[in-house]
Design a binder for this molecule. Structure first.
Ligand SMILES: [Zn+2]
Length: 246
């Protein structure tokens, strides 16, 4: 392939711009905000699930408490009825009196047991509510953190977008001055190897950093200036410059 030495030199400019675009893309992917956002969203999902579970448990416990309180109430009103019978003197025999007193004592024990259950349910409700409150406030904190991190990510991306746009505009200007055939080869090599062209400096290919052997070096030295030459090691377009050592 033939191309003017000037057009070949433009490939080095192009390679610099493409390297810059590569660095910008790398920085985009490597922003610490990406990992932080995933971490916050993961934690928020965990909390959302546990808030749902605790909310369901809260309404279960509330029903359990209502039921336990109704049980206490039922026993208490039976005790009241029995006491009224005692107070009203409706008892006909000592045997009946004994039975009634024994029933009251047993109902009182039962009431004590049921009141224990009410207390236990209340304690569990309180513990559940306190965990629910702390999960809810952690979610609020995460929401605020996410806003901050997303804003910081967007601002970093915005800055990188501007840099990428400037580099792309510069690239457009340079590619406009490179013959289509040469540009096609450069782009193909770049797609294959990541880099399409490198300078030959002090007998060394700046792409793969290998020093050319004498045979290859002499072949390049003897090649006409408008001949597009390639590195025999990495196959990149080798651009000859004043520093090539030729
Ligand atoms: Zn090379």
């Amino acid at each position: 392939m033939k191309a003017s030495p000037d057009a070949q030199l433009r490939l080095l400019e192009l390679a610099d711009i493409d390297a810059e675009l590569g660095r910008i893309a790398h920085r985009r992917r490597g922003l610490p905000e990406h990992a932080k956002i995933v971490e916050l969203e993961t934690r928020d999902t965990e909390l959302r699930d546990s808030v749902a579970a605790m909310t369901a448990q809260s309404s279960d416990l509330s029903r359990e408490q209502t039921k336990a309180e109704a049980d206490v109430e039922q026993v208490r009103s039976r005790i009241d009825r029995d006491r009224q019978r005692l107070d009203n003197g409706q008892i006909s025999s000592p045997k009946e009196l004994e039975n009634l007193q024994s029933e009251i004592a047993s109902l009182q024990r039962r009431q004590g047991d049921l009141e224990e259950i009410v207390l236990d349910v209340m304690e569990r409700r309180e513990a559940n509510q306190s965990k629910l409150d702390s999960a809810t406030s952690e979610r609020s904190a995460i929401e605020a953190d996410l806003k901050t991190v997303v804003a910081s990510r967007d601002s970093a991306l915005g800055g990188l977008d501007e840099q990428a746009e400037a580099a792309s505009a510069k690239r457009g200007q340079v590619t406009g001055t490179v013959p289509a055939e040469l540009l096609g080869l450069y782009d193909k090599l770049r797609a294959q190897h990541g880099v399409g062209a490198a300078a030959l400096r002090q007998r060394r290919c700046q792409g793969c950093n290998l020093t050319l052997n004498t045979v290859d070096f002499n072949a390049i030295k003897d090649a006409p200036a408008d001949e597009v030459v390639r590195c025999e090691e990495c196959r990149r377009i080798l651009v000859r410059t004043a520093e090539s050592g030729l």
